[in-house]
Design a protein around this ligand. Structure first.
Ligand code: ZN
Length: 146
């Protein structure tokens, strides 16, 4: 894209855009494209359409008015956030897959845990009985010796 070119700095107004695409210097009807560069992200423009077939002419015209510095900063911030979200989304999907893969294991472990808990509870009850017995025994021993 040659946006710095003096010939190419023509602006096509919104009304001009709606009345039809302009023709480039080759006499070919152009079609609207969208810029994804850092400075003009999301800005629509017209440029030569035949660049794929042969050398393009230098026709270039913005459709959208230039954005103020604040708008550019906000847009950059939003793009950065979007990229972060995309990365996070990938992580979430990887984790979801892992959870799905380990689901059976987790369920098995849950069953095991229940069994263990029941056993621990049984042992606790036994321990209580033993403790009571131990206290009684201690009292008996104390009584016997004194
Ligand atoms: Zn052209």
């Amino acid at each position: 894209m040659s946006s710095s070119n003096s010939v190419s700095s023509t602006r096509v107004t919104e009304s001009g855009a709606s009345s039809g695409e302009p023709q480039c210097y080759c006499g070919v009807t152009t079609y609207m494209k969208t810029s994804y560069t850092e400075h003009n992200f999301g800005h629509r423009f017209y440029s030569c359409s035949i660049y794929k077939i042969k050398r393009a002419c230098e026709f270039f015209a913005w459709v959208d008015p230039p954005m103020c510095d604040h708008g550019k900063r906000v847009l950059k911030h939003m793009r950065d956030r979007q990229e972060c979200l995309n990365v996070d989304q990938k992580d979430v999907q990887i984790l979801k897959k892992e959870v799905e893969e380990h689901k059976d294991e987790i369920q098995k472990n849950c069953v095991h845990e229940k069994k263990y808990k029941e056993e621990v509870e049984k042992h606790h009850k036994h321990m209580k009985k033993y403790k009571v017995a131990l206290v009684v025994l201690s009292i008996v021993v104390v009584c016997l010796f004194f």
